[in-house]
Design a protein around this ligand. Structure first.
Ligand code: FAD
Length: 387
């Protein structure tokens, strides 16, 4: 007999299903509407023998000790420090921008002067945001910031959100800082790693337990009825007493009663190139390209030997209901947050539903944040069972 239902076999669903199966010894049914487990972390080996990620490039990074200790129990992990680059004005340079960027774009004397001015002005500070630098009192530093803004930040952000560069609100500006040293490395978290063999293996390991039954290709809406009038969940007309953890979108679950929760979506064009290496880094941003933002080269993420190379060209697109687009980045505005809160209040009235994950919480979570959140929901489930 099923004692708990978890909807969504991504990181959130997997962590919670395991907790219920192992720590609470419950029989868990794990549903997913897709034909695979692992949610947006799904990856697979392609025809070139390279592990590719279907929903965009992912690297695990965290400062959260609890999350790191949790995740390293599953699969095998190796240290991985992501190096990113930007292709700007016909040249590659480091991302985040650093002192090498100054050397790449300024004549020697001017480059030396600018680096000196920055070191003096910021006096030991390691980095700043582009917005801080655009407001700097030093004219030469401001000039550098303007160069980066005009050739990268504004163009990239405009494409990312489908707006014109003149409409950019600085709150959505690409968040990568500018470094005041020759340091490289995209993230600065304490733990940065990738799973050997891919993320799907890790999720498989988390949910591999005799108490967990997995049912793919199953939309929960075809399996359960969410009766929002009486605030109950039913299966074949009978009110369910077991907990239901839901990691999908709340608007979808309530038939878009208050309208669509807006997202920005992405389209990935996968290509095989008959060369060993296509670009200088695993992830390169192309701010000046017409319609795409980034290219990921998967034989570098992590390093894999291959004769050919697989690249994924990333195009930001509009998210449309009923189309092929996936909801990727929630568009967090006050209106959208209010709309989300209205949906949430409908589900708060149901005693045995637990909402968790990037879609259900309508938040941009990194993997470590999603795992942390899932562990918190496990605590709430423990309380519920003890009632
Ligand atoms: P998901 O992985 O989306 O899982 C939800 C699951 O629920 C899906 O499998 C879905 O099919 C299923 N589902 C939904 N509705 C239903 C339904 N009605 N019935 C049945 N099943 C349903 N994080 C990092 O830490 N590092 C990175 O480098 C990084 N890169 C990213 C790059 C991109 C382009 C994006 C968009 C995100 C990135 N993230 C990264 C964030 C990361 O993808 C998320 O934190 C993580 O995937 C969230 O896991 P989740 O389980 O909450 O959601």
């Amino acid at each position: 007999m099923i004692e708990a239902i978890v909807v969504g076999a991504g990181f959130s669903g997997a962590v919670i299903a395991r907790h219920l199966a192992v720590n609470k010894n419950k029989k868990v049914l794990l549903l997913d509407k897709r034909n695979h487990i692992a949610g947006n972390m799904y990856d697979k080996v392609d025809e070139n023998g390279i592990i590719v990620q279907q929903y965009g490039p992912h690297i695990f990074h965290t400062n959260n000790e609890r999350v790191y200790n949790y995740i390293k129990q599953f699969g095998t992990w190796e240290k991985y420090f992501l190096e990113c680059m930007v292709f700007m004005n016909g040249k590659y340079t480091n991302s985040p921008f650093n002192f090498k960027t100054i050397d790449d774009y300024y004549e020697k004397d001017k480059a030396e002067l600018l680096k000196e001015r920055i070191s003096k002005y910021y006096n030991g500070l390691e980095k700043a945001t582009i917005v801080e630098m655009l407001n700097c009192e030093d004219e030469i530093i401001r000039g550098y910031a303007k160069f980066l803004f005009d050739n990268d930040y504004s163009l990239y952000t405009a494409k990312q959100w489908g707006i014109s560069p003149s409409e950019i609100d600085i709150s959505v500006l690409k968040r990568v800082p500018v470094l005041f040293s020759y340091n490289t490395g995209y993230f600065d978290d304490l733990y940065q790693c990738m799973p050997v063999g891919g993320f799907t293996n890790v999720i498989e390991d988390i949910i591999n337990h005799p108490n967990i039954e997995i049912k793919l290709n199953t939309n929960v809406k075809d399996y359960l009825e969410f009766d929002l009038k009486d605030s109950v969940i039913k299966r074949d007309g009978t009110v369910l007493k077991v907990p239901v953890v839901y990691t999908g979108a709340l608007d979808e679950l309530s038939d878009y009663k208050f309208g669509l929760l807006p997202y920005r979506s992405l389209y990935f064009e996968y290509k095989t190139e008959n060369i060993k290496s296509y670009q200088k880094a695993p992830v390169v941003a192309y701010p000046q390209a017409k319609s795409f933002t980034r290219i990921t080269e998967y034989n570098k993420l992590p390093k894999q030997e291959s004769i050919k190379t697989t690249i994924a060209v990333e195009y930001p697109i509009q998210y449309n209901l009923g189309g092929a687009s996936e909801p990727y980045y929630p568009i967090i505005t006050e209106d959208n947050q209010n709309k989300y809160n209205k949906y949430k209040s409908l589900f708060d009235k149901i005693d045995n539903i637990f909402i968790c994950g990037r879609l259900a919480d309508y938040k941009y979570y990194n993997m470590d944040q999603v795992i942390n959140r899932a562990l918190e929901v496990c605590d709430s489930l423990d309380l519920w069972f003890s009632k």
